[in-house]
Write a protein that binds this ligand. Structure first.
Ligand SMILES: [Zn+2]
Length: 364
């Protein structure tokens, strides 16, 4: 029996996508309708104003809602406003939190959502998963896929490069995640959807192939990174879970969030986790090659550059296997403290420090 898969009806990734929104199907969807626009209060509000300028003649009514964070309280407040005002569609505009919150509010109030990512810092730009904060801890929850995704490449090109690097870190993690999924399948713990695997794998490969070409400009890379992250989100939708894009490297990042103060962006932490996971998965010889890619892409190569101490990183590795009930490479080892220390030395050598600057993360 074939499987039903939820995917967006419209994907628009182009320069001047917002000024040209009137040429698209998204513009038709809102004809004579009420639209709730959810965004942060900083730079993303300017993008919201830009969207309002374009749609004001087409939509019947517009309601601007501020997403100040991704806590359950904020989600409940926004959901109440949406339920009182009955919009026909929600536009989520932002770099991360506003997108996640829009997806949750849309799912809970049964209103379709169109996302307008202003940065591509993770695969959340088009995925059936949202990260929210409950009791001061981040947690993931399943949500409906967005009905549309609109990415204006001119807006992306002006966002801090650190956010784009984080998105690429989240993309690269598909490789170690797929290795773990295969492992779980072989151990008889989980079914593996081969179509979802293929998509998640090809999403990374197409990006790396472009990166390996001699002549490639940053605009092409940015567009392909956005497309690859969207493909990753669709792979998750096919799989019915985050499995094709989240394995042991994500468990390490979750442990950094949960036990060590969540000091960096999700994709940055995942990139650090990939180095450790790949080593455990037996791909020792690739660590050096991956370091070269990391440098080319401006990714962090040492946990200290993200603000974590040696003790915290050790603790994160120790706690990682218990973060989710998910079979990964961690289940095939019993890592002693001595072994963890040895691997930390090999995977994050001293010369990998001080190559990465933590700046320019806020675009709310
Ligand atoms: Zn991720």
């Amino acid at each position: 029996m074939a499987k039903k898969v939820h995917i967006p009806l419209q994907l628009i990734i182009e320069h001047r996508a917002i000024p040209h929104l009137f040429k698209t199907q998204v513009y038709e969807w809102i004809k004579g309708k009420k639209v709730a626009l959810v965004s942060g209060s900083g730079k993303t509000r300017k993008v919201t104003d830009q969207i309002i300028d374009v749609i004001s003649g087409q939509a019947l009514d517009m309601q601007v809602l501020t997403c100040k964070d991704n806590t359950l309280d904020t989600i409940n407040d926004l959901e109440r406003e949406v339920l009182e005002d009955h919009p026909d569609m929600i536009f989520g505009i932002g770099g991360g939190k506003a997108l996640d919150v829009s997806k949750v509010v849309g799912t809970r109030s049964n209103v379709p959502v169109v996302l307008f990512p202003t940065a591509i810092s993770s695969d959340a730009i088009c995925s059936p998963v949202a990260v929210i904060k409950m009791l001061n801890k981040s947690t993931s929850m399943g949500v409906k896929m967005p009905q549309g995704v609109v990415i204006d490449l001119d807006i992306l090109s002006s966002c801090p490069s650190r956010l784009m690097s984080a998105g690429i870190g989240d993309l690269l993690s598909n490789k170690t995640a797929l290795f773990d999924w295969e492992l779980a399948h072989r151990a008889g713990k989980e079914e593996r959807n081969t179509f979802a695997s293929l998509m998640a794998n090809n999403a990374v490969d197409s990006f790396l192939n472009l990166l390996n070409r001699e002549e490639v400009d940053s605009s092409q890379l940015m567009k392909l990174a956005a497309e690859s992250l969207i493909m990753s989100g669709i792979a998750m939708s096919i799989a019915g879970s985050s499995r094709p894009c989240s394995g042991s490297e994500h468990l390490i990042s979750h442990a950094m969030d949960y036990h060590c103060g969540s000091k960096a962006l999700h994709g940055e932490q995942v990139a650090i986790g990939v180095l450790f996971a790949q080593y455990l998965q037996g791909q020792h010889e690739q660590t050096e090659a991956l370091h070269l890619y990391y440098e080319k892409l401006g990714l962090p190569t040492h946990y200290e550059d993200l603000g974590y101490t040696r003790e915290e990183m050790h603790h994160a590795i120790r706690k990682a296997p218990s973060m989710r009930n998910r079979y990964t490479i961690f289940n095939e080892y019993h890592l002693s403290d001595e072994t963890i220390d040895k691997i930390l030395d090999l995977v994050y050598p001293d010369h990998a420090k001080n190559r990465y600057q933590l700046t320019g993360s806020s675009i709310g």
